[in-house]
Design a protein around this ligand. Structure first.
Ligand SMILES: NC(=O)c1ccc[n+]([C@@H]2O[C@H](COP(=O)([O-])OP(=O)(O)OC[C@H]3O[C@@H](n4cnc5c(N)ncnc54)[C@H](OP(=O)(O)O)[C@@H]3O)[C@@H](O)[C@H]2O)c1
Length: 286
């Protein structure tokens, strides 16, 4: 989802874009300045060779196994993709001395404290979070100065690629069906259009290090769902507050992984918008 949006963004800005993916879903067929490379990023030689052949000005790693419950059972592939492949990509970027932006997650935190800043101690409580934390660790150990690690949280936008949490809520309410959302998980959801502009600025301003890129507001999943209903004029009585323990997830979910994104706001000269404002923007383009 994030990779697709970035390809679109950079194409719109007039760049030559190389998308590395493992399967052709037909996106961007016929686009003149978008080149596709079909590669499994866990194949060390292939991914390194491909980056070296392209010799790009900037690499953004959005690939990951993102299904939190799947990571709990498919541990080897999750580790290879989320940690080892990040290392291979980092090594190729270091060799070419090109900047790398690696996308990470709020799930590197245990969710006990909330309002996390970049220097807070990480302590993942599920395997997905652990593999993403390992991805950050291997990149930090590489000491490639031109590396930014951008932690995001419940990204939302209108996506043709993936039904994200926002789209699931919107579609389900539009169908007149009940939506059960949890009252005991808080995040600062990342508004994807803002993230796109932020990543462009990360490159332009040569920003490196760990950055939090949540949204401008902390909400529970339940509160977010109510906001979607309110702004899109849908029936709030379909929304049922529940607790995480009722959902029978395989992986533990951290309770409060809200991110303080003031460092990003300062370095990128942006002001992250509140959820209502972002939802109103989405309403205009739906
Ligand atoms: N979505 C969230 O809620 C969330 C929250 C916080 C952070 N993040 C982070 O944000 C980043 C982007 O997430 P997203 O929501 O855009 O995820 P996504 O839609 O699931 O995209 C991940 C992509 O990685 C690709 N991929 C996985 N293994 C690969 C491999 N071995 N070789 C090549 N490609 C491979 C997948 O390809 P296939 O389509 O072929 O599987 C998929 O296209 C990830 O780093 C994720 O950890 C996401």
């Amino acid at each position: 989802m994030i990779g697709y949006e970035l390809v679109k963004k950079y194409n719109d800005l007039g760049f030559e874009v190389h998308g590395i993916t493992r399967s052709d879903k037909g996106f961007f067929d016929g686009y003149k300045n978008i080149n596709k490379h079909f590669i499994d990023i866990t194949n060390e030689n292939k991914i390194k060779e491909t980056i070296v052949d392209i010799n790009p000005d900037f690499v953004i790693n959005t690939a990951a196994i993102t299904n939190v419950d799947l990571c709990e059972t498919e541990r080897e592939i999750a580790y290879k993709t989320n940690a080892l492949a990040a290392k291979y990509i980092g090594e190729a970027c270091k060799k070419l001395n090109i900047p790398l932006c690696h996308i990470s997650t709020d799930y590197v935190f245990d969710g006990e404290k909330g309002n996390y800043v970049e220097d807070d101690e990480i302590n993942p409580i599920n395997y997905y979070g652990w593999t993403k934390a390992e991805g950050e660790k291997v990149l930090n150990e590489l000491n490639h100065d031109l590396t930014s690690i951008v932690r995001i949280s419940v990204p939302y936008c209108i996506s043709p690629v993936k039904v994200n949490f926002f789209m699931w809520v919107l579609n389900t309410l539009k169908e007149g069906k009940e939506v059960n959302t949890v009252i005991d998980q808080w995040n600062t959801p990342t508004y994807v259009p803002e993230l796109m502009d932020g990543i462009v600025k990360i490159y332009e301003r040569d920003v490196n290090g760990v950055l939090h890129f949540g949204g401008g507001e902390k909400v529970s999943r339940y509160e977010f769902t109510l906001k979607v209903a309110e702004i899109f004029g849908l029936d709030k009585s379909l929304i049922k507050p529940i607790r995480s323990s009722e959902l029978g997830w395989k992986a533990n979910r951290p309770a409060d992984t809200s991110l303080i994104s003031e460092k990003s706001e300062k370095l990128l000269d942006i002001k992250l918008k509140k959820v209502d404002e972002c939802l109103n923007e989405l309403k205009k383009i739906i």
